[in-house]
Structure formats: C-alpha cells, structure tokens
Design a protein around this ligand. Structure first.
Ligand SMILES: *Cc1c(COP(=O)(O)O)cnc(C)c1O
Length: 375
C-alpha cells in the first residue's frame, strides 16, 4: 500500500451557490457597482467576447477604440456580429481623448455601442474613462469597458461613470487567478441583450443563460460545477485587497509607475514609451529600447543580471522596440522597482550601451515612489 499524501489542491467540498454568490458580491464591491455581476468561468477574453456577442447584432453601429492589441481583437468580434465598425485609434505612445470620441459620435450618429480598453498592460497606456463615458452616455450608446489591467491598479468607478458592461480579470493588479473573470451588466445592457435575437443562448458565451438560470433564479443553484479552485483564489485576492485597503493597493501601482518612469529618465538609453505621465498605465510601464538595439536582447541581458525582475519584451510587431515592466500585483513594490532599474542598467552595460551609474536613477525612483505614497 502506498501512503496517501495530502495534496493542497484536492479534496475540497463542493463550492456552494451561496458562497459563489458571496464571491460575486465581493467582486461587485471592488468594481464599485450595484449592478448584476456575473463571475464567468474562464479567462477574461470569455466575458469580453460574451459582452460583444450579446449586445451587438447586424444593423448595430459600433465605435471601437483601439489603443492596444485588445481593441484590435474587439474589432474582429464586432465585425463577425454583423456590426458596422467605426474605429478610433490612438498611437500606443498615448491615450485617446474624450474630444476624439465626441467627434466620432457626432460624425456617426448611428453608433449604439462603444468598446474601450481602460488600461493596456501590453502597451502601457491608460484612457480617461470618466470623461469618455460621459460623452458616450450623452450620445446614448452602450459602453463596454475592458478593465482587466486597471482594476485595483487605478480607480475603477463602474456605476459612477455609467459603464454598461465592465469586464475584469484577477491576473493583473489583483494578483489573483487568470482562470475566472467577471462582467457587470447594467439594466440598459440587459434590455439590449434580451432584445437581440442573435445573443448567444445555451452557450458558454451566453450572458442570458446566466441571467435566466442563475440571477433571476435567485442565485440559489449553480447551473454547472464552477471552477472551484479559481473561484476560491479570486475570493482570496479580493479579501487581501480589502485587508490592505483598495486605496493603498492603487497607490502602490501609481507609485511603481512614477518611480519606474523617473528612474529610467535618469538612466538614459531607455525612454518611457508612453510620453505623458497622465497617459501611463499604473499597472505596467513600457520602455523604448535604445536605437539599433533589439528590446528582446535588452530584456535577456537584464534578466541575466537578475532573473527575478518582472521584465518582458512586448509581443507581436512591437517585440523589437518595446520593453514591458510588469509592476502589477505583488510586483507593485518599491524594492522590485529598484531591482528592475538596476537589472536594466546592468543589462545595458553588458550590451555596451552607455548608461548613467544607477545610483542617481535609484534615488530619483525612490523619491518619486515616496512622493506618491505621501500624497
Ligand atoms: C491582460 C489583459 C487581458 C487578459 O488577457 P490575457 O492575454 O489572457 O492576459 C485583457 N485585456 C487587457 C486590457 C489586458 O491587459
């Protein structure tokens, strides 16, 4: 007979409906919404696709705001739903403005759906959602917001801003699981979805199935066995944020962004990819590689100096020119940011790229961190 070991991740009792509902309520509080929040049993691309396919139909005119790779993905879904798609794109070095959105809405009065990414971890920019949402509301269109990279990293006021479909995931600033996610749905959005004959039904993508079988049924019986481990991890992530205080978690992310940008400016050779501080996402800082240097080589050299720092070359077409500093979750930390700057300096020196001695850059970064923390 072999002895039974006691694995950490097995032998849980079933996740009960009441517990599942409590987790949804905790997530709703974090998102600052009193609307329905559906915890979806998959990574955040699931509720994003579900929201678009539920609310958009042939004859819809959608405004798709592209400030990074996720906006490009939304455009494909919108077209496949039969919508006419109007695109407003901002360079990845900045944000889109409320005026640009207002102009697009004036030029295309038929727009009835707007898709927007709040912050982009992949490109390091963040959009002024409060101002954009006000413009969208005045026009009367539904607003879908991808807040995966902004939740817990910067203020996210779902109801106050009037976001109709707000999607979050746990894997960025929440330092939680990637395998479950959530979407809040306003009354207006439910009405639009219910009136859409093309909205998915009896489908993994169906928000209406969740409404009918879970929400309207009083959240008393789960339609399927939930992704239990991921749901429990999501609850712990929200609980830990509430213990630290959401404001403090948000301040850590802002401080990490300010410190990284300040340090890099003094190091030289690298530059913040997002030009203006107010357009920089608190979750991640993107950097422009030195001229004639491949960003992937800089990342590899920095990781050779210190493999623990949260550095990554960008994906796709940006891979050669953009470096990502993923200072989100537990990496939104003073020591992590300073270690990252030191690793970048060491990596650049190893590649024989001239950089300043890191002392001044580290001091500037520390000062920038403290200025945010003291505010
Ligand atoms: C990270 C992120 C997601 C989730 O996508 P993954 O590729 O699975 O990480 C969605 N939207 C935005 C804006 C993100 O930053």
């Amino acid at each position: 007979m072999t002895a039974h070991i006691a694995p950490d991740l097995l032998d849980f009792p079933p996740l009960e409906a009441g517990h599942f509902a409590r987790i949804e309520d905790k997530v709703a509080a974090l998102m600052r919404t009193r609307r329905t929040v559906v915890a979806m049993q998959g990574e955040a691309l699931l509720p994003l696709e579900a929201a678009i396919r539920s609310a958009v139909r042939p004859g819809s005119t959608a405004l798709n705001v592209v400030t990074g790779p996720y906006g490009e993905t939304f455009g494909g879904w919108l077209r496949s739903c039969g919508a006419d798609v109007v695109t407003v794109a901002a360079p990845f070095t900045g944000a889109v403005s409320a005026e640009q959105i207002a102009d697009a809405l004036r030029a295309h009065p038929a727009i009835d759906f707007v898709s927007l990414v709040h912050a982009e971890a992949a490109t390091g920019n963040t959009n002024p959602v409060a101002d954009i949402a006000a413009v969208v509301r005045e026009h009367g269109a539904l607003l879908m917001l991808d807040a995966v990279a902004s939740v817990a990293a910067e203020p996210l006021l779902t109801d106050e801003w009037g976001v109709d479909l707000c999607v979050i995931g746990g894997q960025k600033a929440m330092a939680g699981p990637a395998g479950v996610s959530a979407v809040s749905v306003s009354e207006r959005a439910w009405e639009r979805i219910a009136a859409n004959p093309q909205a998915p039904r009896r489908s993994y993508l169906s928000l209406l199935d969740w409404k009918e079988r879970w929400v309207d049924a009083g959240r008393s019986a789960l339609p399927h066995a939930p992704a239990q481990l991921e749901m429990l991890a999501l609850e712990q992530a929200v609980d830990r944020i509430q213990e630290e205080g959401l404001d403090s978690v948000v301040a850590r992310h802002r401080a990490a962004s300010a410190a990284t940008r300040a340090g890099v400016r003094l190091l030289g050779a690298l530059a913040p990819y997002v030009v203006r501080d107010e357009d920089a996402a608190p979750a991640a800082t993107t950097l422009r590689a030195p001229q004639d240097r491949d960003a992937r080589d800089v990342v590899a050299a920095a990781l050779a100096a210190d493999a623990s720092v949260p550095l990554q070359a960008a994906g796709g077409a940006l891979a050669t020119e953009m470096i990502r500093v993923n200072h989100y979750g537990l990496d939104a930390d003073r020591e992590v940011v300073l270690a990252t700057l030191e690793a970048l300096a060491a990596g650049l020196r190893a590649l024989e790229v001239p950089v300043a001695e890191p002392d001044e850059a580290l001091a500037a970064a520390g000062k920038a961190w403290d200025a945010v923390a003291a505010a």
